[in-house]
Design a protein. Structure first.
Ligand code: PGA
Length: 254
């Protein structure tokens, strides 16, 4: 049995003070609880402490996630954040392998695999992103492409508790474009992801790993994705920047 998950990726939006206000607004919207839905908020690094404080003070029913981490423990890596620093600040999730990091910052599957291992060694749950470009989709190679990413990103990982590893399928052509994949498109790839996870980790583990859809997910369309067998939630960009729209998506998942 997989609990659904709604995760918000604020990307490079919201200053420290704006982040606190958004987290407070979300805490108010969700004060009745989120049922069986796991809710995660991933603000920019400089906002993490502020959001952690809101979660603690308001006993907010959501968890804190980072948007990136480095795989080394400490040292001369200017500008980077170590997994232990995230743990110390109260983050329990971390997005890795987002297409914006792969595209703009040259992250490779090997980097993403190392990041997953480093995070899991510190008890942080990776939300590991994958997804194809429009070019790959139009060539009809999207399933093959994503399956290859999954194999590389999970190589050598040890997953004892499947609730501690999350995959997000985010077709690049649907991110921030307003162009969503259909629920059937999402199911096709999320189903292939689960099948690959079963080949790598065994069926029982694969059945416990949450596979999220991301890419222009919003209150109006999230229910359609959630109806699909292998779609366990959403990774939400734009619609996570307003407390009411993000809360509406959580409620749609409850
Ligand atoms: P979007 O972003 O919801 O704004 O399309 C999703 C993501 O990139 O995680």
């Amino acid at each position: 049995m997989r609990n659904r998950m709604i995760a918000g990726n604020w990307k490079m939006n919201k200053s420290y003070s704006e982040g606190v206000v958004l987290a407070q607004g979300l805490a108010r919207e969700l004060e009745g609880g989120t049922g069986d839905v796991d809710v995660v908020v991933c603000p920019p690094t400089v906002d993490l402490k502020g959001v952690a404080t809101v979660i603690e003070q308001e006993s907010a029913p959501f968890s804190l996630g980072a948007q990136n981490a480095y795989f080394e423990e400490s040292g001369a890596y200017t500008g980077e954040t170590a997994p232990s620093m995230l743990t110390d600040i109260g983050a329990t999730y971390c997005i890795i392998g987002h297409s914006e990091r792969r595209g703009y910052f040259g992250e490779t599957d090997e980097d993403i695999n190392k990041k997953a291992k480093a995070l899991m060694a510190h008890g942080i749950v990776p939300i590991s992103c994958c997804g194809e470009s429009l070019e790959v989709r139009e060539a009809g190679k999207h399933v093959e492409f994503v399956v290859d990413q999954i194999r590389k990103d999970t190589e050598g990982l040890v997953i004892d508790d499947p609730s501690k590893y999350v995959v997000a399928y985010e077709p690049i052509w649907a991110i921030g474009t307003g162009k969503t994949a259909t629920a059937d498109d999402a199911q096709e790839v999320c189903g292939a992801i689960r099948k690959t996870l079963a080949e790598v980790f065994g069926q029982e583990v694969a059945d416990g790993i949450r596979v999220l859809y991301g890419g222009s997910a919003k209150p109006e369309n999230v229910a359609g994705f959630l109806e699909k067998e292998d779609v366990d939630g959403a990774l939400v960009g734009g619609a996570s920047l307003k407390a009411d729209s993000f809360a509406a998506m959580v409620k749609a998942a409850m």
